[in-house]
Design a protein around this ligand. Sequence first.
Ligand code: NAD
Length: 357
Amino acid sequence: MGVFESMLHEGSHEQVVFCRNDAAGLKAIIAIHDTTLGPALGGCRMWHYETEEEALTDVLRLSRGMTYKAAAAGLNLGGGKAVIIGKRDQKSEELFRVFGRFIESLNGRYITAEDVGTSVHDMEYIFMETKYVTGVAPAHGGSGDPSPVTAFGVYQGMRATAKAAFGSESFKDKRIAIQGLGNVGKNLVRHLHEEGAKLTVTDIDEKRCNRIKEEYGCEVVTPDSIYDVDCDIFSPNALGAVINDDTIGRLKCKVVCGGSNNQLKEDRHGKELGERGILYAPDYVVNAGGLINVYVEMEGYVRDRALRMAGGIYQNTERVINISREQGIPTYEAADRFAEERIEKIGQIKKGFFGGI
Ligand code: NAD
């Protein structure tokens, strides 16, 4: 498939920029999906792609996902993403600074951030060449670790989903199975424990399990048996694609709600969850706290403001569930409609306004 055809096939992208600098060993692609709501923001992934086509497909899909996440979170941001083709040992100051200059040349249409394979340290090099970068160190006015805000947003989304599934948003005595006790998972455990939830947890890192067990008295199970836990809510906070043909029949919960990206292996698994009577809180709606955090950073970071905005994930989740119920469609599809509707409406206002001048 040609590049222009790929842009159309993966979601009608506005612009794709190929960046090459042999002296720095840089080969990168920046994809700007949609800037109706604002500048395209999305992380920069560094990965050893087998082929250039694979890198292009990845950046096109990820940038489209960012448009939906920002729109559903109510942010004035569009969707973008960048990929640098290379291995970790190819990282250097010159590589990230050259990449920063490419970002600068887009004059704010694309804003980058940390992602898989890149770090705060790499962002600092980019920051030397452009101000269109978020997630730099707090010493430079950055927002630092976004995970507590992400976890707070997931917790709010879970409250709204519990209200819809059980008639009450209280977690008192609800059994919740948490997969993954990393930055998001451990903060989520704290919120749920404070509310009196009964927690069963797992992680492939035994030390993390022991620490959480000691601190909160949670029950610990092996990573594979988390899917079999008899619980009210299953919360994935480790990996993507955990709702798949192998796991879906094992789930005994009534709600799936967690921070992981791309929890559904395929869209049809979202439909199947609904058919099995399990209410799925769409991942990108409930895990938008990290994006909200960097958005606040762009305005001058205030943690309380980030948390207040992440509190709005409750209402966004509630709205998505209502759309799903009103229109008789799966929740993952309702989330897309919710996002598309906002882009459409705000796009109309902008067109009307500028057309009217
Ligand atoms: P993390 O790397 O800090 O934690 C992930 C945890 O999952 C680790 O403790 C790891 O040992 C564990 N894990 C890995 N494989 C596992 C398995 N098979 N079973 C059980 N545990 C396993 O990552 P994080 O920042 O907490 O993010 C968790 C998820 O949320 C990721 O999918 C991430 O993309 C997504 N997310 C994170 C943020 C954020 O702000 N950190 C924002 C949006 C989405």
